[in-house]
Design a protein around this ligand. Structure first.
Ligand code: C2E
Ligand code: CA
Ligand code: CA
Ligand code: CA
Length: 268
């Protein structure tokens, strides 16, 4: 029996796991990075499907560390949302964006998309910040707010207040990550959205699963019947691009057209 058990034991782990990613951030460290100006906006182009010309950009947060490494949003946004630091992070990022307005203006973008988590957001505070942003870009680009609904703010009444305030501030609104998590069809009917972003998981699976492809087609149909523009994100291949255009998607975004880059590298 001991012999059998020994054979069932999982293989011993190597003593040192090679190239472990950096330790998870804690709130205090994130706060330090934030006040040291290490949270930076990166820009990714969004193209008009009918012309394949860039018409907008999404601002994506990055953490630029002193050692030269750059962390993606997934490494710190969830922590910022949980800890309540997200509002301050968003404020810092939008201040930085306002400083960059003179460099963005010559690009002639119709719109600039900014992410806002519905988590830990106080609607009057968010609305004031967004209005500030809208005013700073009044001479160049429309500000589009991409809202992600989360478990923290599931209440439709609160979402109604937030979206109404943002609209009054002059921003357009997109519902982000549509089709997964907390985004609901009910919200589409009741909240003043202008655009719907199909979650990239559907695009990733569109050729492997007929169901995913059918869901995309249905989302396009539903969105258009509600007069919403449809954006597909995560477009990585020409085949995906062509099929999404056929399905009537209005705007395209993904590595096929450009990765998120700092302003210095953002040329269209
Ligand atoms: P999201 O808003 O859905 O953004 C799309 C994510 O997909 C981004 O990841 C982007 O870099 C990535 N992406 C773009 N094109 C492709 C592609 O072709 N293939 C694949 N596989 N991925 C692609 P990122 O920048 O790591 O951001 C992750 C999430 O973090 C975002 O998802 C958004 O929810 C959140 N986030 C990012 N920046 C901010 C911010 O400033 N504020 C808030 N509140 N959330 C942010
Ligand atoms: Ca987004
Ligand atoms: Ca998404
Ligand atoms: Ca998201």
């Amino acid at each position: 029996l001991p012999e059998v058990l020994a054979r069932c034991r999982p293989p011993e782990r190597p003593k040192k796991t090679p190239a472990q990613p950096q330790e998870a951030l804690d709130v205090e460290t994130l706060r330090e990075h934030l006040s040291a100006g290490r949270i930076k906006p990166y820009f990714q182009p969004i193209l008009l499907a009918s012309s394949l010309k860039p018409v907008g950009a999404e601002v994506l947060a990055r953490l630029s560390l002193p050692d030269g490494s750059v962390l993606g949003a997934g490494a710190f946004i969830p922590l910022a949302e949980r800890s309540g630091l997200i509002m301050e992070l968003t404020r810092v990022l939008s201040e930085r964006l306002i400083e960059l307005e003179p460099r963005l203006r010559p690009l002639g973008l119709d719109f600039i998309s900014v992410n806002l988590s519905a988590a830990n957001v106080e609607s009057t505070q968010a609305a004031a910040m967004v209005k500030h942003l809208v005013d700073a870009f009044a001479g160049s680009s429309r500000i589009m707010i991409e809202l992600t609904e989360t478990a923290v703010l599931p209440d439709l009444q609160q979402m109604r207040e937030l979206t109404t305030q943002l609209r009054l501030g002059g921003a357009s609104l997109a519902i982000d990550d549509f089709g997964i998590g907390y985004s609901s069809i009910r919200a589409l009917a009741e909240l003043p959205y202008d655009a719907l972003k199909i979650d990239l998981s559907f695009v990733a699976e569109m050729f492997d699963s007929e169901k995913s492809a059918n869901l995309i087609a249905s989302m396009v149909h539903m969105a258009h019947s509600l007069h919403l523009k449809v954006v597909a994100e995560g477009v990585e291949t020409e085949a995906q691009r062509d099929r999404l255009i056929e399905m009537g998607v209005d705007r395209l975004q993904g590595y096929l057209f450009g990765r998120p880059v700092p302003i210095e590298q953002f040329v269209l």
